[in-house]
Every structure is written in structure tokens, then in C-alpha cells.
Design a protein around this ligand. Sequence first.
Ligand SMILES: [Zn+2]
Ligand SMILES: [Zn+2]
Length: 336
Amino acid sequence: MRELTYVARHSVEWREAPDPALRSGREAIVAPVAATSCDVDSAILAGHGFLDPPFALGHECVARVVDTGDAVTTVATGDLVVVPWSINCGSCGHCRAGLTAHCTAVPHTAMYGAPIGGGWGGLFSDLVRVPYADAMLVPLPDGLDPVAMASAGDNWSLSWRLVAPHLKSRPGARVLVVARGSIGLYVCDIARALGASDILYVDPDPGHRKLAESFGARTAETLEPVRHGFDLAVEATGRVDQLAQTVKCLAPEGICESAGNHFRAGELPLLDMYLTGVTLRVARDNVRAHIPDALALAASGTVDPARVVSHVLDWEQLPDALPEKHLKPVFVRDST
Ligand SMILES: [Zn+2]
Ligand SMILES: [Zn+2]
């Protein structure tokens, strides 16, 4: 089989690898049918990552199950499933507590698409081994489009987690979104659906701003600090200077969620944050724990993740198109 391999800045290519095989009764083999780039993949392709190539890329897809071990009970051959970005067993203490990004049954940070916790391959591959099928895979609900939900294993469900719990405890919160890619746009859509009273989306890209406006957000090209202007802020730029500006806009006891991946160091206005009373969370997402909730919101029809999909392309176009198409290109192949 082939796996799409990041080989150099702005460059990926197919490389041959052995077909994966079941190694225990708990495993499954899946074939991605709609795979897309995580926002961090754009940074990796631009050469901003900290991992040296080559490595298999991709950690967001909907896949078709093609084989399962004898002990697998929740999915079957032929099912369409969401594959989470992180490897998690479902039964260790962290997994049972919902901390699925910190599973202790595998090396810490074990994931698809980046060799930082062992080698698990990428999801831009013809076939993928899933080591804990019952714990990891989530059947795609009937009626949801694999192309629209290709991001459900990471960015879409992350975006749900960045705002949904906070809007539940702070109904009608004013939301600031400072972003560059799909996460910020999904956040606008979800925040509006869940009752945010005001959303300001900040991004220099005019196309992204237009999409955010279609989700009911006000927009700005750059962030002009608004003192005590927002109850909840989401920063997804990878830039510490943007995070610093974002936290300065929070109301007393405001919450800032950062989607992280700040590959370069920087300073935060900690005294200002102390005086305001800011809660800042910078975290890899325990995505598996809330994929079902995020899919349920998608199935409710009150949101439209398909609108963020920027290109629908054939699987064979991956090597040429992935380095060029940056917002949310979805690569598809026959799912039968
Ligand atoms: Zn990701
Ligand atoms: Zn675990």
C-alpha cells in the first residue's frame, strides 16, 4: 500500500509500505474514504514544525472498516467510522477519565500523522491499522456526509470542545475568535448555534472572514484590543503575540482556549492576566471523549461544517494538491 509521506518543505510523495495486518483481536484495519488536513499540517508543510521528515502525514479522516479482530464488538466490516487523531486504549486510568490524548498503554503523544509517540502511520494512507478499534472508532451517524465530517477526528470535535462546554455554563457569552484556519471557522459556526450573543472573528484572510460572516460573526483583519470585551476567547494562530493580544481582551474571570502548536516561544502578559483573572488552557485535545457530542451537533442540522470544506479532490491528487490547498481540502475515494 501507499502512504503519503512528508519529505521536505512544501513537498509530499507516495511511498510504498507493507499492508498493515491485524496484530490482536482488538484491532481493525480501515481504508480512509475522506481525509483532510488538520490546521497543523499546513504549518508542518510550510516547514514550521519541529519534526524532521520523512514521515507519514495525516490525522483526520472518515474511513471504511475493511477487517476486524475477533474481540471487536462496536464496529464491523463495511461500517463508515470516524478515526480519532490520537491512539488510545479506552481502558487505562487516563482513558477512563476521558484523557484520551494521554493514554498510558502507548508512548505519550502517540498519534497518527506525526512520529512523536511511536510510529502509527498517517491517515493519508491507503490502509490504516487501528490498535484499539472499540475504544477509538466512532461510527458515522446515518445522514452525515463523510466529506463534511472528514475533520471529526480532530479539528471539528476540538472546535466543539473549545466553546460548547463554556457556552453551556455561560449562556450568551461574547466570543472572540483569533484564528487562521478551519478551527476558527468551525468555532464561529458552533458558537452561533449554541447561543453566543456576539462573535468577533479576526483573521487577515478575506476569504476566511467572508465564511465567518456567513456564520454570523463580525470580522476584523487585525485584533484591536478591546478591554473587558469578551467572556470567552479562542486563539488558533500558532503565534504567541496573537495569544497575548487575545487574553488582553477578556472580561474579568474570562476564559481563553488556545488550540496551541506555538512552535516559537514568546511572552504572555501575565500580570495583566492576573489582575483580570484569566483562565488559559493550552492543550492537545482529548478528542475521542467528545467526538459523539460533536457529531450529534453536526447531525442536529443547526451547523454546517461542509461550508468550511474548501476543495473536494480525488485521492490520487494528494501529492500535488495537499501542499497547495490550505484551508480544508478533502481527498476522497470510492467508499464501496
Ligand atoms: Zn490535528
Ligand atoms: Zn488508555
